[in-house]
Design a protein around this ligand. Structure first.
Ligand code: F7E
Length: 326
């Protein structure tokens, strides 16, 4: 039985990855950020399963800023594979919390790489990198050799973690991989990311419990996939013979406005009657031309996204309606 160690296991990606690995007969050890220990909604079904919880799934409260809190469960677990997903991942908030973002997202990654290198038997290491490392690139679509040129604090912190992962691979011989993840969504997305914010508001408006939806830049474009496809890519990346970096993306670009329209159409309401823009949700800088080329992941790992943008938004709206009993 293989053992996996997941940071950020309570998040969208962490919870789907835990499910995937448990289904593949892994023993899964996950760390949950100490300050958000109460928020484990994405893991409720696993915690409620007596065949799983504390049998093949083990959870620990720890903090990336406190090395000892991570080292103890990491050494006890002695994993075959580490999936490092935890971070301060909200780009908008990274402008308000610049230092904290760099400490958690950047230095936290370095800290974990260093601990990994010093384990008696170094496990394989996956770092959840981000398309934000490219900033607003001059070439589209972006791939593994696109220059790193972040324009947000979050992007800069991820760029540091990405480069350190490469350095530990080249200099210390660690099996360390960056998955350069473009946006990926699901019903488990945090409520302050735009896809979930829109789908949730649409359900609330349909239920008569919210009057309007206030957004920032609705012309912003992203390459949006489904989180389940991306966690499959993470696992595949660690099964390959040699450690390499991979872009995971759909290669299709949509506007925030496209999510708005799809979501309102799903409940038979006219978007323009309910949506308003407000300056507070605009960002000081926001990457443009974000679209990925996942040809390498397809060729080497046989990975391709299976769930479309339209299916993802439909699933998210359905989930929100069900949660409200509509
Ligand atoms: O914004 C625009 C916003 O916050 C998407 C994270 O997973 O993907 C994610 O980062 C777009 C941006 O995601 C609102 O300005 C308009 O252009 O859902 P988001 P993100 O910033 O792209 C990357 C790859 C990561 O690595 C990150 O960790 O939507 N937008 N109006 C808005 N965004 C938000 N959140 N709220 C609005 O009201």
């Amino acid at each position: 039985m293989k053992r996996a160690f997941i940071t950020g296991v309570e998040g969208q990606d962490g919870s789907y990855l835990a499910e995937l690995l448990l289904a593949k007969n892994y023993e899964v050890h996950g760390i949950i950020r100490a300050s958000t220990s109460g928020n484990t909604a994405n893991l409720c079904h696993l915690k409620a399963d007596p065949q799983v919880f504390r049998k093949t799934l083990f959870l620990y409260s720890a903090d990336l800023e406190d090395a000892d809190s991570i080292r103890t469960p990491l050494e006890q677990c002695a994993p075959d594979e580490i999936y490092h997903l935890a971070s301060q991942s909200h780009v908008g908030q990274s402008f308000e919390k610049v230092e904290e973002t760099c400490r958690i997202t950047g230095l936290g990654t370095l800290r974990l790489l260093e601990m990994t290198r010093k384990l008696p038997k170094a496990p394989r290491f996956f770092h959840a990198s981000s398309s934000e490392i490219f900033g607003s690139p001059e070439t589209s679509p972006q791939d593994e050799i696109t220059p790193i040129a972040p324009i947000t604090p979050y992007g800069a912190a991820k760029a540091f973690g990405t480069q350190m992962t490469r350095i530990y691979r080249k200099n210390f011989g660690l099996f360390a991989v960056n998955g350069i993840l473009f946006n990926h969504e699901s019903p488990r997305r945090g409520e302050n990311f735009v896809s979930r914010k829109i789908c949730r508001a649409v359900a609330m408006i349909k239920a008569g419990r919210q009057a309007e939806l206030v957004l920032g830049d609705t012309t912003a474009q992203r390459d949006w996939g489904h989180a389940c496809d991306y966690v499959r890519g993470m696992w595949l990346a660690l099964q390959h013979l040699v450690p390499e970096d991979y872009v995971f993306a759909t290669g299709r670009v949509h506007r925030v406005q496209d999510i708005v329209e799809l979501a309102f159409q799903a409940v038979d309401l006219e978007a323009r009657k309910f949506v308003r823009q407000e300056q507070q949700f605009f960002r000081p800088t926001d990457p443009r031309q974000v679209v990925g080329n996942a040809a390498k992941a397809q060729q080497i790992l046989g990975w391709r996204p299976e769930i479309t943008f339209e299916e993802t938004i439909a699933e998210m709206v359905r989930f929100e309606l069900q949660a409200l009993g509509v």
